[in-house]
Write a protein that binds this ligand. Sequence first.
Ligand code: NAD
Length: 256
Amino acid sequence: MNLRGKSALVTGSTSGIGLGIAQALARAGAKVMLNGFGDVELALQSMDRYEHTPGYHPADLRDPAQIEAMMRHAAQELSGVDILVNNAGIQHVSPVESFPVERWDAIMAINLSSVFHATRLALPAMRARNWGRIINIASVHGLVASRDKSAYVAAKHGVVGFTKTVALETAQTGVTCNALCPGWVLTPLVQQQIDARIAGGASPEEAQEGLLKEKQPSGEFVTPRQLGELVLFLCSEAAAQVRGAAWNVDGGWVAQ
Ligand code: NAD
């Protein structure tokens, strides 16, 4: 896969799935801009081995004004965003009645509204070039529900619906919009849920196995690298007619 001459912005790419996708895009020769919090230096260093030095923007995606600043910065630094991967996301686990209102608002803002804002701001230039790839990292929770994850499930179903709408609006252009729906991937977001099981008395092995056994028939985690490779496929010419898909990569989770 050769993405030389293309540029990509991956939101929430300082760890986990986003970093795996950023690395895959850089490996294929794209210029990449990272975004997100945490150990930014470590994330940038992990991109050292690739041809282009990665860019970075610290936008907090809860704030539409910061998303606008990030998109302006990306357009200037990358000479336009050809590939937009809307990946940033957070989780909170709690029954509806006790779900903290500020966590609901943050999940809606980061997991759903930021996808709308980045997409609406990236689309005009993609249309003008008649080429673009918008890849939204939804979740199996965009297709099915789990208890105690109301905000996350609502936001991810929203992402899948939004993806289909954008795919229809761009259907007669060289811009495609698709969603990936991963099952369990071992990242900081999931480690929190494993830690909650360990706090409840499980050993680390029991906690991981228990989590997988409940939902993911393969009994194995999906990897950021596998998701990165799928993103590369969606950027290829072979995927030009893959439009509005919600592609589950989940060890069989939603086949049940
Ligand atoms: P992660 O915690 O490793 O990564 C989340 C990223 O989002 C980090 O870079 C973080 O800094 C960034 N982020 C968080 N809040 C932000 C904000 N306000 N502004 C900007 N960036 C922010 O988690 P992950 O598991 O890699 O999750 C990435 C995406 O994949 C999320 O959308 C998540 O819902 C989705 N997903 C994860 C899994 C899984 O099992 N890990 C499964 C399905 C879908």
